[in-house]
Design a protein around this ligand. Structure first.
Ligand SMILES: *[C@@H]1O[C@H](CO)[C@@H](O)[C@H](O)[C@H]1NC(C)=O
Ligand SMILES: *[C@@H]1O[C@H](CO)[C@@H](O)[C@H](O)[C@H]1NC(C)=O
Length: 266
């Protein structure tokens, strides 16, 4: 009984998708600094470049030992680490943790030519302790499709406007979802967008940029918890916020079985 109560308390305190410090959901155009620790599942994927760790992509913590990111973020032969609980990337911060990786699993059918199945899982060398600054996001239900114009948020340290610098402080931007019927129109993304991708943004004003690759498209469920519905995959090469060229995400709800299978077998 005592154990049960304790277990419930732990799950309640650090279940998925409910930050201790909830995000402040502004409608600022082009992105804004986030409230510290309000997206505690956001990670920075870093690689070793001659002894120096460099941010290369974002990612999402989905359990105490697993991170979701994009396949195109992974180059074989590179050494990676995961920075968790970060707010200001170059600063030394209390509550942040760096973890080596035990396994990196890229989707079997990842195609860099057609940008299909742009999804990878990273198993951390050991489980991370959840805290106010480190927490997992929830996964959506298998097959769930976001409604058109749903308000979701992209987060990352990547460039938030064309040619802009990599941000020191984590950024968030509101990105309304564009449904498949619209996004696959010939003057939008056409056949380049499949039913296992989700589009968001594309109004020519607000959009994620390449530096946000691998990071989450965060959408709030009816019960208030945050779910990771997308993994930043690609955007327009012309600019970050070209009209009718929304940011394209790998649709997480299409890969729930793949994710569960890998998490169970590594
Ligand atoms: C990869 O593609 C092949 C051929 O289309 C298919 O049989 C297989 O199930 C796919 N693998 C995954 C993990 O989706
Ligand atoms: C999209 O949603 C926003 C608020 O979330 C609303 O103001 C706007 O009118 C909606 N646009 C369309 C085309 O439905």
């Amino acid at each position: 009984m005592k154990f049960l109560v304790l277990a419930l308390f732990v799950a309640g305190a650090y279940g998925c998708g409910l930050p201790t410090f909830p995000p402040i959901l502004g409608r600022v155009v082009g992105g804004q600094d986030v409230r510290p620790n309000s997206w505690p599942w956001q990670i920075s994927l870093q690689y070793n470049s001659n002894g120096e760790w460099r941010h290369t992509c974002g990612g999402t913590l989905i359990s105490d030992q697993w991170v979701l990111t994009a396949a195109h973020c992974i180059s074989s032969g590179r050494e990676y680490r995961v920075a968790l609980g970060k707010h200001n990337l170059p600063e030394t911060e209390d509550g942040s943790v760096f973890k080596s990786t035990a396994n990196i699993i890229v989707h079997e059918n990842w195609s860099s030519l057609f940008i299909r199945n742009d999804i990878a899982l990273i198993k951390l060398e050991s489980p991370v302790e959840f805290s106010d600054s480190i927490m997992a996001a929830c996964l959506p239900a298998a097959g769930f499709l976001l409604p058109h114009n749903e308000s979701c948020f992209v987060t990352g340290w990547g460039r938030i406007y064309t040619g802009g610098p990599i941000a020191d402080i984590l950024q968030q931007a509101l990105l309304p979802v564009v449904d498949h019927a619209t996004c696959s129109k010939s003057d939008w993304w056409g056949f380049q967008v499949t039913e296992t991708m989700v589009c968001a943004g594309g109004d020519g004003v607000v959009s994620g940029c390449n530096g946000d690759s691998g990071g989450p498209l965060n959408c709030q469920a009816a019960d208030g918890s945050w779910e990771v519905h997308g993994i930043v995959s690609f955007g327009s090469g012309l600019s970050c916020n070209y009209p009718k060229k929304p940011t394209v995400f790998t649709q997480v709800s299409s890969y729930i079985d793949w994710i569960s299978n890998k998490m169970a077998s590594y």
